[in-house]
Ligand binder design. Structure first.
Ligand SMILES: [Zn+2]
Length: 239
């Protein structure tokens, strides 16, 4: 069997398509992220069906598991080097290690594109799929905008509506400032994945920075259309 990541002919292991801990909200009912103090905690007993598929060889599975483990540490505040800065309409976690977190984010959208499970929406990344695969295989996170994603954190009222919802990425009905975007709901947070050849024109402030600042924008509505024009200042895309 051919591993989808390294393309070597090896026995494939049964992997989850998305990490199990993203099937439930990563914040507490009452408090929002980190209590607006420090992140998340809950592990519920009931959750949507976790999707498994034989996609990767053991070595590639372990590689992805390392990024997932690190992202879990970030969201659950397990890394003492992390700090939360609350700016009201947005907040920033600083002290995030750039490479593993960026590779984790990239792997989510790429995994959606290689899955054959019918419950995953058809995600066709075209030539970007192979570029993403190579970057993941080489553990090369690239520049922060390159296949970057940004995170939208629900306001308390919105949390009630989306916290039990798990949404694999699907193509957004409208481009984000001219760029193709996919949106998903993981861990009760809306994730926007930018798949574009011209992402460098997007505002840097949207993405995880190479010095480890991870921004979250607080939103009131579950779809990105109503905030996309005003959310981030500056930068117009064309592709
Ligand atoms: Zn492999």
């Amino acid at each position: 069997m051919t591993c989808k990541l390294c393309k070597k002919d090896r026995p494939l292991v049964k992997s989850h398509i998305f990490p199990e801990w993203l099937y439930t909200p990563i914040y507490d009912d009452d408090d929002g992220i980190f209590d607006r103090g420090m992140i998340m905690k809950r592990d519920r007993c009931t959750r949507p069906e976790v999707l498994y598929e034989r996609l990767f060889c053991e070595e590639c599975e372990q590689r992805i598991a390392r990024w997932e483990g690190y992202a879990h540490d970030v969201f659950f505040g397990n890394d003492p080097g992390l700090k939360l800065e609350d700016l009201g309409s947005r907040f920033i976690i600083s002290g995030v290690r750039y490479a593993p977190f960026k590779l984790f984010q990239m792997s989510l959208i790429w995994r959606a594109s290689i899955s054959d499970r019918p419950v995953i929406y058809r995600v066709d990344l075209g030539p970007h799929a192979e570029r993403l695969r190579e970057m993941l295989l080489q553990e090369c996170p690239g520049e922060n905008h390159r296949y970057g994603s940004f995170l939208l954190f629900p306001s308390s009222s919105l949390q009630q509506r989306i916290q039990d919802f798990f949404g694999p990425p699907e193509r957004a009905s409208r481009k984000f400032r001219g760029h193709t975007a996919y949106e998903g709901i993981f861990g009760g947070i809306v994730w926007m994945f930018i798949i574009s050849n011209h992402s460098e024109v997007l505002p840097d402030v949207m993405f995880l920075s190479e010095n480890g600042q991870l921004p979250f924008l607080v939103i009131d509505v579950p779809d990105f259309e109503s905030f996309s024009e005003t959310a981030f200042a500056g930068g117009e895309g064309d592709g």
